[in-house]
Design a protein around this ligand. Structure first.
Ligand SMILES: Cc1cc2nc3c(=O)[nH]c(=O)nc-3n(C[C@H](O)[C@H](O)[C@H](O)COP(=O)(O)OP(=O)(O)OC[C@H]3O[C@@H](n4cnc5c(N)ncnc54)[C@H](O)[C@@H]3O)c2cc1C
Length: 478
């Protein structure tokens, strides 16, 4: 997409057609750190320099400063979803609560939810303690219903959440009048509010973490592509290995932290489906527009549609809003440095101006997309196998900003063989079946999202949840 750039500066390179993310356009793309200089041995090798990899390195180094840790990153730390997301540092956790409870009991799932509440504050506290300024503002999370079907679904979801550890102070219903006192959204019927969420500038958190782990003595190698991850074998003196284009790193443990990019590693092609999510951001809105919209507390905002949207008010007074866009590329391909399609930009702009007619005149200054990882059962996982020396965390299905922190602390405890409250949580050590081969995978995702969109269209005219959505969830296996 074309525009005059940020503050009139011509747009070049990664940002010429949108791309990478507005967050990097704000602060600049960092210079790449040196690549792996050749084969090396470490105690722990981490593949992928996103939040998962960096939180894992951070907590391991804090617990045992003597550990030799390397992060192997294909581009630069924060290149992936961690530097492109919507900035919801939220306590939302991906996956079916019933499925987790079936594995480890209902209380274990409630413990997991409480661990997510705590993790929001943990990220805020570490950022403060480590001097990471990521525009963090804990204003809570609002979900809005804009038709009777969404309203009914929202109320029934809230009633269900009461049985899963959500007390009144964790999430409550807002009347239309209460919502209007916070944010004025066209057509809003009702909303829920949860205090467990903070607005962040994602790339600032990613670059801050990269600085902190480097200062702690973690070797962060960038421009280094891992092509294969190998289990322990007697032939390598019992070491696991990450094979790269720059040499092989052997280690006691190799942790895979590549989320939506996992399919590009040999043998991992059908593990986590790279689901696309796209975003647009407006120019800074004038004061009179903000007076009409409200949104003074910087709450994060989402809707109750099946093909839902998510939004934030940025620190410099813009609206950034995201949604699914083109959901999936054939063969688990990923985007080219965040470039997104014109039809996705148009669709997101329509959602923006429908929710906020006051922003109808606002120019869209940037658009981009990224991939998040979706496991076959849509439930996140953290895992470490002491026999093979291999571990991983991910499959956050779009709720990874906070969950990655929980993953990092859990992987620390698993690597250090500590039995803790974290290692007893039900998302630890799950085995998930693989996705179907192509073309079934592509057809399945197209059908699922066509049904979700059809359900959203039908629900503008009906009272309850559309059968199309139920069918989509059935096919998805959620
Ligand atoms: C547009 C968008 C909006 C989102 N909004 C939100 C939100 O508001 N809130 C929320 O909770 N979640 C959100 N998410 C999801 C969240 O951002 C991710 O779940 C989270 O950032 C995942 O972090 P990660 O470290 O596991 O993966 P990533 O950040 O994707 O990091 C993986 C890293 O691995 C590197 N890599 C890939 N392949 C290789 C290889 N072969 N060798 C070496 N390195 C490799 C990549 O370059 C990348 O840096 C969003 C995602 C997207 C795409």
């Amino acid at each position: 997409m074309s525009d005059n750039g940020l503050n009139g500066v011509p747009v070049t390179g990664d940002f010429a057609n949108g791309g990478l993310s507005f967050w990097y356009r704000q602060i600049g793309v960092p210079a790449q750190r040196p690549a792996l200089p050749g084969s090396r041995d470490y105690d722990v090798a981490i593949v992928g320099g996103g939040y998962t990899g960096m939180w894992t390195a951070y907590y391991l180094k804090k617990a045992q400063p003597g550990l030799r840790i390397a992060i192997l990153e294909r581009e630069f730390a924060g290149f992936g979803a961690s530097g492109r997301n919507g900035g919801w540092l939220s306590a939302e956790f991906a996956g079916s609560r019933e499925r987790h409870a079936a594995a480890r009991g209902r209380q274990a799932m409630i413990d997991l939810q409480h661990a997510m509440f705590t993790a929001v504050d943990e990220v805020i506290e570490v950022a403060r303690a480590e001097g990471i300024d990521a525009d963090i503002r804990k204003g809570g999370l609002i979900h809005v219903a804009t038709n009777p079907a969404q309203d009914r679904r929202m109320r029934s979801n809230l009633a269900a959440l009461r049985t899963w550890g959500f007390a009144e102070q964790d999430m409550r219903l807002l009347t239309a009048a209460e919502l209007a006192g916070r944010i004025r959204i066209a057509g809003a019927l009702s909303a829920t509010y949860s205090p467990h969420c903070a607005r962040i500038q994602p790339a600032k958190l990613a670059l801050g973490l990269a600085r902190v782990v480097s200062d702690l003595g973690v070797d962060l190698f960038e421009g280094t592509t891992v092509t294969e991850i190998l289990p322990r074998t007697p032939g390598r003196a019992g070491r696991a290995a990450a094979v790269t284009d720059r040499g092989t790193v052997t280690a006691e443990y190799v942790i895979r932290a590549t989320e939506g990019f996992t399919a590009s590693i040999k043998g991992q092609h059908r593990q986590w489906l790279p689901m696309n999510s796209s975003m647009i951001v407006t120019e800074p809105l004038p004061d009179e527009v903000w007076e009409r919209i409200g949104w003074q507390e910087y709450e994060l905002l989402g809707d109750e549609a099946h093909a839902y949207c998510y939004a934030q008010r940025t620190a410099d007074g813009r609206i950034a809003i995201g949604g699914r866009g083109v959901p999936y590329r054939y063969g688990s391909r990923t985007d080219v440095r965040g470039a997104t399609q014109p039809q996705t930009v148009a669709a997101l702009r329509k959602i923006l101006t429908t929710l906020f007619p006051a922003a109808a005149e606002a120019r869209i200054q940037h658009s981009w997309c990224g991939v998040l990882g979706v496991p076959r059962d849509w439930c996140s996982t953290v895992h470490l196998d002491h026999t093979t020396g291999l571990g991983w965390a991910g499959g956050y299905v779009g709720s990874g900003v906070t969950t990655t922190n929980l993953a990092g602390r859990t992987l620390r405890d698993l690597v250090l063989r500590r039995d803790t409250e974290l290692t007893a949580l039900p998302w630890v050590g799950r085995q998930v079946r693989q996705w179907e081969p192509e073309p079934l995978r592509w057809i399945g995702v197209q059908v699922i999202y066509s049904l979700f969109r059809a359900a959203d269209r039908r629900e503008t005219r009906m009272e309850g949840t559309s059968a199309y959505a139920r069918l989509a969830n059935l096919i998805a296996g959620r």
